[in-house]
Design a protein around this ligand. Structure first.
Ligand SMILES: [Zn+2]
Length: 283
């Protein structure tokens, strides 16, 4: 995909017009709607991070595994060079996606296998990609960051979630920090410009599903040029906290302007997560 291709403008008004509320049972379902990060908004009965996985809840049950839970603090010594056999191959498409507000953040979800894919390794001799192929499912944001790097937290963290045909996850993460010149992130601006259209619902038991986005954005264009990364095997950072997730966290952060970062903070404060939508570090 041509990186210089102009991004088409999000036609978010069409999204807003197509806004629909998916009915959802109040009890936990497989989307885990009843967990949260704090009780600042809503019905005050959210299951908070320390209790994710408490009891015999089949949805949250894996969150209290202490074998390979995420996020963690990453040590600078564990950097893997993105070269040779370790070279990731990212082939994302400029694609339409839906906006899914689930009460804890906003997801930008691609139709199945329509967002492109990722290979974790490359044959250093032939340059051929080494399977399996992980298809990008959705990307979303946390603020502050979930992972820390040598005890340092970042303003935000973007997660690009991939799954292969065997149901195994790879999450590619990139830290986001304020640009020192306060320069706008133009790749993500089409989303951020319309941030008010998808304020999160106050009642976290009712997921808002925004459909019909006529937007096309290639999220690869948001990634830094340097693809060196930290890697470890962890878990999803939301219930059910499934383990076996292959994490790749880029060592080079990307930047956003302060207004962009503050806009995200405002959404969280006004809706679900006054202190952020980040799961604490797991030991
Ligand atoms: Zn995430």
């Amino acid at each position: 995909m041509n990186k210089k291709q102009r991004l088409s403008k999000l036609k978010i008004s069409a999204v807003a017009a197509a806004l629909s509320i998916a009915s959802s049972p109040i009890l936990a379902n497989h989307n885990g709607e009843h967990f949260g990060y704090d009780n600042s908004i809503g019905n005050g009965t959210h299951t908070l991070p320390p209790n994710w996985g408490a009891g015999a809840d089949e949805i949250h049950g894996k969150c209290q595994n202490k074998f390979a839970q995420s996020p963690i603090d990453l040590a600078r010594t564990s950097i893997t060079k993105n070269t040779g056999d370790n070279q990731m191959q990212i082939n994302y498409f400029s694609s339409k996606f839906n906006v899914v507000a689930n009460g804890r953040g906003v997801e930008f979800k691609y139709p199945e296998k329509k967002g492109g894919s990722l290979y974790l390794n490359t044959n250093a001799l032939t340059g051929a990609s080494v399977g399996p192929e992980y298809f990008v499912e959705q990307f979303h944001f946390h603020g502050p960051s979930e992972h820390e790097i040598a005890k340092k937290s970042y303003a935000m963290e973007m997660h690009i979630v991939h799954k292969n045909d065997a149901g195994e996850y790879v999450v590619l993460a990139v830290m986001i920090k304020p640009d020192y010149r306060n320069t706008t992130n133009n790749v993500l601006a089409p989303i951020w410009d319309n941030v008010s259209y998808f304020k999160l619902p106050r009642n976290i038991n009712v997921p808002l599903v925004l459909t019909g986005a006529e937007s096309a954005i290639n999220v690869e264009n948001a990634l830094p040029g340097n693809r060196d990364y930290y890697q470890y095997n962890g878990s999803l950072t939301t219930p059910g906290c499934d383990e076996g997730v292959k994490w790749r966290i880029l060592t080079t952060p990307i930047t956003m302007s302060w207004p962009q970062i503050n806009a995200f903070k405002d959404i969280l404060t006004g809706t679900c997560c006054t202190n952020g939508n980040n799961r604490p570090i797991q030991n």
